[in-house]
Write a new protein. Structure first.
Length: 175
């Protein structure tokens, strides 16, 4: 049975807090680009961009990143791993500060795959990570720079993020 732990209003506040932290830590947002990990990370990126536009009256580029070919939990038996190439982004990330966005940070493997994908399409000056939820249980030495909410979980529990754009409502549940 799922239990709602964050409602839509609280999610909005968390994203606003992340946006303010991005503004404060970057002393300007001239070289920033947001790259959302498909699927819900893309919506997180667009919402942060929207808040930046409201707060600073500046629009920054947003791109979508599909990390599927880079996942280490997929079998690549017929694929030459050296030939894997991410789809080109519709923005230039060379010498930019990329803020990678995702909905939930768990083991760190998704983020590792995302960094591999980013490096295959460009050479960012810096990569930061913004996540809506950090649930712990890292398997790799990866941590988020911007976190909406830390939600300690057991490994048996699951975090389900629902977003209006794809699910019809904003909420975060623990199952």
């Amino acid at each position: 049975m799922a239990k709602e732990i964050i409602d839509g209003q609280t999610m909005t506040r968390a994203l606003t807090r992340i946006t303010y932290e991005i503004i404060e830590r970057n002393k300007g947002i001239d070289d920033l680009v947001l790259v959302g990990i498909k699927t819900r990370g893309v919506y997180v990126a667009h919402r942060i961009e929207s808040r930046l536009k409201q707060l600073e009256n500046i629009s920054i580029p947003v791109a979508e990143l599909d990390i599927t070919p880079y996942r280490d939990d997929q079998t690549h038996e017929e694929t030459d791993l050296s030939s894997i190439k991410a789809e080109p982004l519709d923005i230039d990330i060379n010498n930019k500060h990329v803020i990678l966005t995702d909905d939930v940070l768990y083991t760190g493997r998704t983020i590792r795959a995302a960094m591999d994908a980013l490096m295959s399409v460009g050479r960012p000056k810096k990569i930061s990570l913004a996540v809506l939820v950090d649930r712990g249980h890292r398997e790799l030495p990866i941590r988020a720079d911007f976190v909406g909410k830390n939600i300690p979980t057991s490994q048996k529990e699951k975090i389900k993020v629902s977003m209006k754009e794809i699910d019809g409502e904003d909420k975060i549940e623990i199952e």
